[in-house]
Design a protein around this ligand. Sequence first.
Ligand code: F6P
Length: 543
Amino acid sequence: MPADLTSSPQWKALAEHFAEIRNVHLRELFAEDPQRGETFTASAAGLFLDYSKNRITSKTMPLLIDLARAAGLEERIEAMFTGQKINVTEDRAVLHTALRAPQGASVVVDGENVIPDVHAVLDKMAAFCQQVRSGQWKGHRGKPIRNVVNIGIGGSDLGPVMAYEALRHFSQRELSFRFVSNVDATDFAEATEGLDPDETLFIVASKTFTTIETMTNAGTARQWLLRAVDGDTAAIAKHFVALSTNAEKVSEFGIDTANMFEFWDWVGGRYSMDSAIGLSTMLAIGPDRFREMLDGFHEMDQHFRTADWDQNLPVLMALLTVWYANFFEVETTAVLPYEQYLKRFPAYLQQLTMESNGKYVTVDGQEVDYATGLIYWGEPGTNGQHSFYQLIHQGTRLIPCDFIAFARSLNPIGDHQDILIANVLAQSEALAFGKTADEVRAEGTAEALVPHRVFQGNRPSNTLFGEQLSPAMLGKLVALYEHSVFVQSVIWQIDAFDQWGVELGKVLAKNIIPELQADQPLQHDSSTNSLIRYYRQRRQAGG
Ligand code: F6P
């Protein structure tokens, strides 16, 4: 691994190449090479990536691959898959790939093969899901479960919500699913509005079982249930289950560890939707479809581990991200699924990408002198077209886009799908090629309006196409982004698996809580002090 990334020969070669092509337009690149739309593509695991509308030439990817090789990517990939402790600041292995490995595989951590435990938990989840889905699992007063409320935040919420929405088509419609994450009581109040406690199952999802939002919401849920059953704590066993790594805290909270579904410290929160944290997903779609999702993840894992890098989807996407972040100095990237079921995918990706790669020091604590993680955001198409796309087309910033689309709709009605797909294709075409002043004039546009109607183009995008969204397809898509994030982190030499940046705010909030609740001397800065006083004076109505 180069001690100093930006002074490595590979980086310098890229900087020289960038100087050559920074002003070259995609129009020229396409005109020069009529095969470009076929050459700059790759397919794997039922996903087709067209990356031809990126600002690259035939030299770019080989140079980026050289950089990745010099950064030790090959060894890092093997280190991850084989359970080495690559999360160095927490001294942990990073083994989300073991969660979807088939029975019979072997991944050894601290001298023990973890795969049998992974499958034992999956079996326990499947047995529980079958009971709930069939109505065999009865609530405290004998009613079957009709409502599932997942309480969790961050990785213990975003993955489950995203997957539920993404796979709603495959879900058991008689069960309703709600998700509570925010400590704002409104979230709990609205999620439980109208629910019958006798028919409601709470899933308390927390890796640590100490997260204040989740513990507060779980406590409120317990009271909500106990109020309905005249305080009979025996009801908890029928209406609460826990997903956690922390058995001690789970039983301290009052949930029998028989009703706990375990995972392990080598599963990062934002990489946990395919662990026990996916219980709500399995309840929704059933164990067989959950297995299909895991198989989809695994297929992409295998592709990532074995495919040549010039055909490797996660590697290609990661290298393009590095190219834009570090050479074009791009700050954000938009993820634009043309699939309504993926409406929460951008929100899910925000944690995956930004909690992983929002780091300013290298693995060994040196401050970096290059940009790291990009800002991810997005909304489903075509909605975004009528809101923020204006800025992507004609604004002053360069925003590479990932378009995601599927050939077949899960709800084929009329010609909706053709219109949807025509739009996604039109957007990447418009972004890349734009419209020149001459073209605008040729349409008879008044001269004063010409500049307003010019599209400069040369705005890059990837298009990811699949046949149809399915549990397996979702697994492939998530694994693709997980591995892309990892490859970026290897090049940037940062630890993609810790998240120290969330700690300070948590500690400060803990200090402030008692100061809001009782009049006591304040020793913050003058701004924080005065905001606390403002709140104290108004926290009680009429106060
Ligand atoms: O706030 C950061 C974080 O630690 C995330 O990484 C994690 O997904 C989330 O909090 C929730 O943590 P837990 O599952 O332990 O409640």
